[in-house]
Design a protein around this ligand. Structure first.
Ligand SMILES: Cc1cc2nc3c(=O)[nH]c(=O)nc-3n(C[C@H](O)[C@H](O)[C@H](O)COP(=O)(O)OP(=O)(O)OC[C@H]3O[C@@H](n4cnc5c(N)ncnc54)[C@H](O)[C@@H]3O)c2cc1C
Length: 416
């Protein structure tokens, strides 16, 4: 079933009776070529690209809850490629390029909106750092501009330019950054994978791995054993728990991150604004709600809910930079469990166990990475070698000292 303007018109005129479910409800088979553990954005994108790019369709995605129940449906929807380091910049730029063609590619409206992202500058040192970042972005083909306060004032007159605790001195602006409707990404990839023959199995928790003589032969699940030639884990916030079942200890901690949505307002915020000095970021959804967030709660947890001190801290950040937000009422908030790696960068790699692969450590930046992560993970699974843009995301980088410390903050999850 392809979506088109003609189809919508026809269905509108005939009582909307021709729409079908976008994926099948299936029981797992006994054996697959590839089993993907985790039906979040990354797992579904991996399945989609495995089928589309490499013709590998004897694939199952095993999801312990329902599709979209994890971070893919809990994030603040920001996409961008404003990264500095060699290991990261080309990867996130590849992702942004894939976002740009995604809706046509999988024939689904994911509401990709390149409304721009503004990183505010509050000191000379920060201007130097952002100028360096912007230059690195431009060198690898991404777009970046440095704005002065006049430029920002034209775009966002509601920011506090007169009396802010951290005066605004400029901004790094990436016009191609923006937002995407997060759960539509999960549904679009799910539909694209399913229509190419991938089995999506919901309510199927992986509870163990079958490992014989250093080779992974399949998984144990809440719906029975499933054999597989390759097992690809991408369970985001559950990474440490799931990989512990294979006897692996990861350089990853799990922390909760909260998101907030205000009541619907008339259009006021043109793009995405980030306020690093107070750790606050905000955009406005197409329904009018201000969508915002800040720091992780700062303690290890697997609970998908946060605590009140961080609510206060995030709202203080908002008030410090755009006092008008104090007039908006908070409508809803939620939490998601973040797989915070110790250098703030992810992993897409084989493990020391043959046939067992790992994708994780996305911290709070994995939504924007979804297309490139799926694309590169599918490449690794199909070809047994890393995709050229993801060669740095190795599990052994902490042994060799080749960390990708994007922020230069060291092993401090709350500073990534
Ligand atoms: C509040 C919040 C705001 C964020 N904002 C942004 C943002 O603006 N921009 C950005 O780029 N990133 C953002 N992120 C981060 C981003 O959402 C994540 O990095 C990304 O979604 C993680 O990948 P995923 O979609 O595959 O994860 P998930 O959707 O969490 O997928 C993992 C899946 O694995 C399943 N699973 C776990 N254990 C098992 C098991 N044993 N068996 C089977 N299945 C299992 C889970 O149920 C889950 O569905 C945010 C995250 C949060 C929580």
């Amino acid at each position: 079933m392809r979506y088109s303007a003609l189809k919508i018109l026809k269905e509108g005129l005939t009582g909307n009776k021709g729409w079908k479910p976008v994926w099948r409800e299936l029981d797992p088979k006994q054996e697959y070529d590839v089993v993907i553990v985790g039906g979040g954005g990354h797992g579904l994108a991996t399945a989609y690209y495995l089928a589309k790019e490499y013709g590998i369709t004897n694939v199952a995605v095993l999801e312990k809850g329902w599709i979209g129940s994890g971070n893919v449906g809990r994030n603040t929807t920001i996409i961008r490629s404003n990264y500095l380091l060699e290991g990261n910049q080309p990867f996130y730029e590849l992702s942004l390029k894939l976002w740009e063609g995604l809706e046509q590619d999988f024939n689904y409206n994911a509401m990709v909106s390149q409304r721009g992202i503004l990183n505010l500058i509050h000191s000379d040192a920060q201007r130097d750092a952002f100028a360096r970042r912007g230059n690195a972005m431009r060198l690898s083909g991404a777009d970046a501009e440095l704005l002065d306060t006049d430029g920002i004032q034209k775009m966002c007159p509601f920011l506090d330019f007169d009396n802010a605790r951290f005066p605004i001195q400029g901004a790094l602006w990436q016009p191609r950054g923006g937002t995407v409707r997060h759960d539509a990404v999960a549904w679009g990839y799910a539909r694209g994978a399913d229509s190419r023959g991938v089995d999506l199995i919901q309510n199927c928790e992986v509870t163990g791995f079958h490992i014989e003589n250093g080779v992974c032969r399949g998984v144990e699940t809440s719906r029975g054993a499933i054999k597989a030639k390759k097992v690809a884990v991408c369970v985001a916030g559950s990474s440490s728990r799931v990989m512990a079942q294979a006897g692996m200890r990861l350089p990853i901690e799990s922390h909760v991150l909260q998101a907030f949505v205000s009541e619907g307002l008339k259009p006021v915020i043109p793009g995405v604004i980030t306020f690093g000095a107070g750790h606050f970021y905000v955009s406005q959804s197409d329904k009018g709600g201000l969508v915002f967030g800040g720091d992780i709660d700062g303690y290890n947890t697997y609970a998908q809910r946060g605590n009140l001190p961080v609510v206060e801290d995030v709202c203080e950040g908002g008030m410090a930079i755009m006092p008008m937000i104090g007039r908006a009422r908070l409508l809803r908030m939620w939490g998601g469990v973040m797989d915070m790696s110790m250098d703030g960068s992810p992993f897409i790699d084989k493990t020391h166990i043959d046939g067992l692969f790992f994708n994780g450590g996305w911290c709070y930046g994995g939504f924007k990475a979804t297309p490139a992560s799926g694309f590169c993970y599918a490449h690794l699974l199909a070809r047994d070698e890393p995709h050229p843009t993801a060669t740095a995301y190795r599990l052994d980088r902490f042994l060799s000292g080749a960390q990708i410390d994007e922020k230069g903050q060291g092993a401090q999850p709350n500073l990534h």
